[in-house]
Design a protein. Structure first.
Length: 146
């Protein structure tokens, strides 16, 4: 089961709406899939996700990850990309401004194309040999996409 839901606080319009999109919808969708017999959950989170982060965005992403882990999936794959590149129906000002910079950054900070994240997640879904929780950092996603 794949879940790639996510937004920004600005696009959501409020903290509450952001939590609904990036936490509640993701966790509830996963729970429904689990109840229906899904065995592998693959989710896009974010670099820096941490339930104890002082940064709201990273904290919500970390709380979402912890809630999914608590659902006891036989296989749970969490992708933590840096800034995602790709076509969007609506331009995001910060992404437009910072995308050129993020392409130049080293390691985990370097931006990644959303299509590459999708390819890696699909390949991960086809791998039968792993169980438990797998966390794919942005640099690991980029490496596997090559």
């Amino acid at each position: 089961m794949f879940c790639c839901l996510g937004t920004t606080r600005r696009e959501a319009g409020s903290k509450e709406a952001f939590i609904h999109a990036d936490y509640t919808l993701v966790v509830d969708t996963a729970l429904t899939g689990r109840r229906l017999g899904a065995q592998h959950m693959l989710v896009v989170s974010a670099m820096g996700a941490n339930a104890h982060s002082p940064f709201f965005y990273n904290r919500v992403k970390g709380e979402m990850e912890e809630a999914l882990i608590a659902q006891n999936w036989p296989k749970l794959t969490i992708a933590r990309p840096s800034m995602l590149l790709g076509d969007r129906s609506k331009r995001r000002m910060n992404e437009t401004l910072f995308a050129p910079l993020f392409r130049l950054l080293p390691g985990n900070w370097k931006s990644i194309d959303a299509r590459d994240v999708a390819r890696v997640m699909l390949a991960e879904a086809m791998r039968p040999e792993h169980e438990g929780v797998t966390i794919l950092s942005s640099s690991e996603l980029r490496k596997r996409a090559e």
